[in-house]
Design a protein around this ligand. Structure first.
Ligand SMILES: [Cu+2]
Length: 151
């Protein structure tokens, strides 16, 4: 059983390494929010700078059952968030995913996000030809104090 798990982990690493073609986008300052024990959702933030016209369409992670792209904004005097189907990225223009704005919502967490962990996140983009492009980042988990929001 242990040997089976070990070889599975090795295969997963090999596949990830193989998939790393030149990324169509630079991803900087990414992090995922640490959560309290028993809390089942977190959020991930980063800065995206596309090298060609792209639309961010979603993401996935082995650390979460569901990952959604959300936008948070003030409506009247209440902060609300909504799922976003696609976020256009113009080449060379940095777009921030940050507390109080765009973010990835990670739900159905597979383990508690603690500050010493890293969380893999595979971002999905659509390019100008309509083809899907993906890139995987490893986000540190941090105990920052972003604006709290609940579902
Ligand atoms: Cu959200």
């Amino acid at each position: 059983m242990n040997r089976l798990l070990a070889s599975f982990a090795f295969a997963a690493v090999a596949i990830t390494a193989q998939a790393q073609a030149p990324a169509p986008v630079a991803i900087d300052d990414g992090w995922a929010r640490a959560v309290m024990q028993g809390q089942s959702s977190s959020a991930a933030y980063m800065r995206l700078t596309a090298r060609e016209p792209l639309t961010l369409v979603g993401a996935s992670s082995p650390a979460a059952g569901i990952v959604e792209l959300h936008e948070m904004k003030l409506e009247g005097d209440v902060m609300r968030m909504h799922p976003v189907n696609g976020l256009p990225l113009a080449p060379g223009q940095a777009v921030e995913l940050k507390p109080g704005g765009y973010h990835f919502m990670l739900m159905d967490l597979k383990a508690q996000f603690k500050p010493d962990l890293r969380v893999p996140l595979t971002l999905r983009f659509r390019d100008a030809k309509g083809a899907e492009r993906t890139t995987t980042v490893s986000l540190p988990v941090a105990m920052a104090a972003p604006m709290m929001h609940k579902h």
